[in-house]
Design a protein around this ligand. Structure first.
Ligand code: ARG
Length: 480
């Protein structure tokens, strides 16, 4: 890329030394020990397409401000576009440059000057890397948040489809990991739908906070050139512009928010992963995970381990770590920009890449797992999951709930001693505990009835779960 004469001029300080944007007042080169610490290009090269997008728009603003003439601005834009194309077609270009440049901004500017010569040196007029990097980060996060939102929608669709399929399947519902009351498996899937729809909403809210344009804030005080910031915002698809330059170059609230949203999303995923790991054990045996998302043991030939789910569960820790890193970097940071802010990037990149990976994997795990309907039903039939319904029966016949609870507790003790479920007791045995029991008790404590009686909005009755699925479908259609 570029003309060899110009690139020799650029590397006057020796080909192995980093190219800096700030050489003038320095008499000595940066020490390699410092460069190793200081250089962010090994990770911030991910910002390259966004840095270029920002510079393309900035060249237009400079033209409007009279800093660049039409020909210069056009040449700069062409060069920027060709740098992007070259870098995306030949990843080696970046790989080979990683050790040589301080950061992505220095790299792009150096390449631009290599290509267009002197006029390229005007691109940074009235701009600082401080407002530039704030812009790049916002563009990067805006792009990836939108992408992650689409993946969240796909996950919500997967859960809704499962719910539709499993409207007739009964699952023991748990509290304290002890069997509590029966629920529809569809209701269970829709519980996770709720969590992920909140995650989607949070990401959308954060997108609004990300979508504010900081360019024109300069290093900290603003810009002395007549840069049309609203024009820039429009060019780059931003809804508004930042209102205070000191704040704009040091604000990473939007990034912390993104990491918090990511943390809650990972928490939800880790809970789903944990449930499914438990359900897939021989002890529960409610589901079978596909070979495609499990692995074997190098020693025990019978093993099928839920690795994908275990890793999703563990990746939550990594994202929480990234959130904490960001919060601690920002804590007590004096205004305005400080180099500490360079350390915001890896926790953002790592979170984006982690979320992307797990949001690819989890729908696959869900779509390929087999539900063992019979096993779930058998489990729901033992463990007195109909005990609450039995107490409610007595309440409907006039007994105060606390007394009904006590009575049914005694019936259960009796049944436990005989090793029988409630429904296998005779009416005579029920009546030993309360004269209110009648022959309709057997119908009342049937599993199906336990489910259908929970017909308030939010409950597990089929009619309500069907409605929840319809609402979910409408929601998905609206947000897509
Ligand atoms: N690489 C830097 C960062 O990520 C760019 C901004 C540098 N600004 C400065 N004043 N040294 O934050």
């Amino acid at each position: 890329m570029g003309n060899p004469k110009q690139s020799r001029r650029l590397t006057r300080r020796g080909p192995s030394l980093p190219r800096h944007l700030w050489g003038g007042r320095f008499q000595e080169s940066a020490a390699p020990e410092f460069s190793r610490l200081n250089n962010s290009f090994p990770f911030d090269h991910r910002l390259l397409p966004f840095d270029i997008e920002g510079s393309v728009a900035y060249s237009k603003a400079l033209q409007r401000a009279g800093v660049l003439n039409r020909k210069e601005a056009a040449a700069i834009r062409r060069a920027l576009q060709s740098i992007e194309l070259n870098c995306s077609n030949r990843p080696r270009l970046i790989r080979d440059a990683l050790a040589k440049y301080e950061d992505v901004h220095s790299f792009v500017e150096a390449k631009l000057i290599e290509q267009v010569g002197e006029k390229g040196k005007k691109i940074h007029t009235g701009r600082s890397r401080n407002d530039q990097v704030a812009l790049d980060l916002r563009l990067y996060l805006r792009h990836h948040c939108r992408h992650l939102c689409r993946k969240l929608v796909f996950l919500m669709e997967t859960l809704t489809a499962h719910a539709q399929r499993d409207l007739m399947t009964i699952l023991p519902g748990y509290t304290h990991l002890q069997r509590g009351q029966p629920v529809l498996l569809a209701h269970y899937w829709m519980a996770y739908f709720e969590m992920f729809s909140r995650d989607w909403e949070r990401m959308k809210t954060t997108l609004g906070h990300i979508n504010v344009m900081p360019l024109g804030s300069g290093a900290l005080a603003g810009s002395g050139f007549p840069i049309d910031r609203r024009f820039l915002a429009k060019e780059l698809g931003f809804q508004s512009i930042t209102r205070n330059s000191l704040d704009a170059v040091s604000d990473r609230d939007f990034a912390a928010e993104f990491l918090f949203n990511g943390s809650l999303l990972m928490m939800h995923l880790s809970r789903l992963a944990e449930d499914l790991i438990i359900f897939s054990t021989t002890e529960f045996d409610f589901i079978e995970l596909s070979d495609a998302v499990t692995s074997g043991s190098s020693l025990m030939p019978q093993k099928k381990n839920p690795d994908a789910l275990e890793l999703i569960r563990a990746k939550a820790a990594r994202v929480y770590g990234n959130l904490v890193q960001m919060l601690v970097i920002l804590k007590a940071l004096p205004l305005s920009y400080n180099k500490d802010l360079q350390e915001d990037k890896e926790c953002i990149f790592d979170t984006v890449e982690t979320l992307d990976m797990v949001l690819e994997a989890i729908p696959l795990v869900l779509r390929t797992l087999k539900v063992k309907t019979q096993k779930m039903k058998q489990a729901a039939e033992s463990g007195f999951l109909n005990a609450t319904e039995c107490a409610d029966y007595l309440v409907r016949r006039g007994l105060p709930f606390r007394a009904a609870h006590e009575t049914v507790g005694k019936v259960i003790l009796y049944a436990l001693q005989r090793g029988l479920p409630l429904e296998k007791l005779s009416l005579r045995e029920f009546k030993l505990y309360s004269p209110l029991f009648g022959p309709d008790i057997f119908d009342a404590i049937h599993l199906k009835r336990c489910i259908e009686s929970k017909s308030l909005q939010g409950g597990t009755a089929t009619i309500h779960v069907k409605r929840a699925i319809e609402d979910a479908r409408r929601y998905i259609a609206r947000i897509q």
